[in-house]
Design a protein around this ligand. Structure first.
Ligand code: SAM
Length: 283
């Protein structure tokens, strides 16, 4: 494999492992060794990663609290032709990690920004969850307070896509209780904990059963986790309140057969089921 060469004036967004150091790519190591400077969330944390691969390079801290100031400085270095790598503590930068403001700023100045892909907890968890992945929504961290968390979940109650969240395992029992209350105990949930690490656990069940499983094993409340919730599956036989209302309005104007046929066409429901409702509405 040829060594990857850095291009002057480029900002590289470099993914690092989410646990297992073996997941760093050969290209990431080349880039981290060659860039002029590595911008990182926590310099001590990144130094440990660099030492593990015998890389000696300069680091510069860039976290949530100084990103706006740092973006000017980093952009000026890029404009001078320096090459810079951005890493976060784990996984892909910008994914629930700092870097968005910096990338937007650099792109607005026409500077080159290039991805060095690798580990990401969202994608790793999705790849093993066994829930549909053709369409999904990543919702970042769930709120830590129960009321706010319930509101977030309620707002997603009719979301048909698979939903992915970051959450702390120590809150897992409270979170699953909130899922049972807001989305129902039958909803399928997957917990992907400690991915790529020694105690990697991927457990999937209906919310209610998952709660019982968590309550009997305190070890499941440690480490890091991704929570995946099955999207809302509409019951094909369920007739919405909106459809019933339309049916009522039409029944006032026409014969039941026609009213049911039109309502069935609009809402994609079965005519027979509407007919039963039409009869009950008449009595
Ligand atoms: N940028 C990272 C990425 O690409 O996944 C995510 C950073 S975010 C600050 C950290 C959260 O990611 C953790 O709280 C956890 O929800 C999730 N996470 C990170 N590593 C994980 C792992 N090994 N197993 C499960 N979840 C993980």
């Amino acid at each position: 494999m040829n060594e990857s060469k850095v291009t002057p004036g480029t900002l590289y967004i470099v993914a690092t492992p989410i646990g297992n150091l073996g997941d760093i790519s050969a290209r990431a190591l080349d880039i981290l060794a060659q860039v002029d400077i590595i911008a990182c969330e926590d310099t001590r944390h990144t130094q440990k990663l660099l030492s593990a691969f015998s890389i000696k390079n300069k680091t510069l801290s860039m976290h949530d609290h100084n990103e706006r100031q740092r973006q000017e400085y980093i952009a000026s270095l890029l404009q001078e032709g320096k090459s810079i790598a951005l890493v976060s503590d784990a996984g892909t930068p910008l994914i629930s990690d700092p870097g968005f403001h910096l990338v937007r700023h650099c792109r607005s100045l026409g500077l080159a920004v290039s991805p060095i892909p690798g580990a990401c907890a969202v994608i790793s968890a999705l790849s093993v969850a066994g829930l549909p992945t053709d369409r999904f929504t990543f919702e970042g961290f769930l709120p830590s307070k129960s009321n706010a968390r319930k509101n977030t979940l309620l707002a997603l109650a009719n979301e048909a896509r698979t939903m992915v969240f970051y959450d702390a395992p120590r809150r897992a029992i409270d979170t699953i209780k909130d899922i049972v209350v807001t989305l129902g105990g039958e909803r399928h949930v997957v917990i992907a904990r400690e991915l790529t690490k020694t105690f990697e656990t991927i457990h999937s069940d209906k919310a209610e059963s998952l709660l019982a499983w968590l309550e009997q094993d305190p070890n499941q409340l440690k480490g890091e986790m991704v929570l995946i919730i099955e999207g809302y599956q509409a019951d094909p036989d369920e007739i919405s309140a909106e459809a019933i209302n339309t049916l009522k309005l039409l029944l006032a104007e026409m014969k039941p057969k026609k009213a049911c046929a039109i309502t069935a066409e609009i809402y994609g429901v079965k005519k027979n089921a509407l007919y039963d409702i039409a009869l009950s509405l008449k009595t």
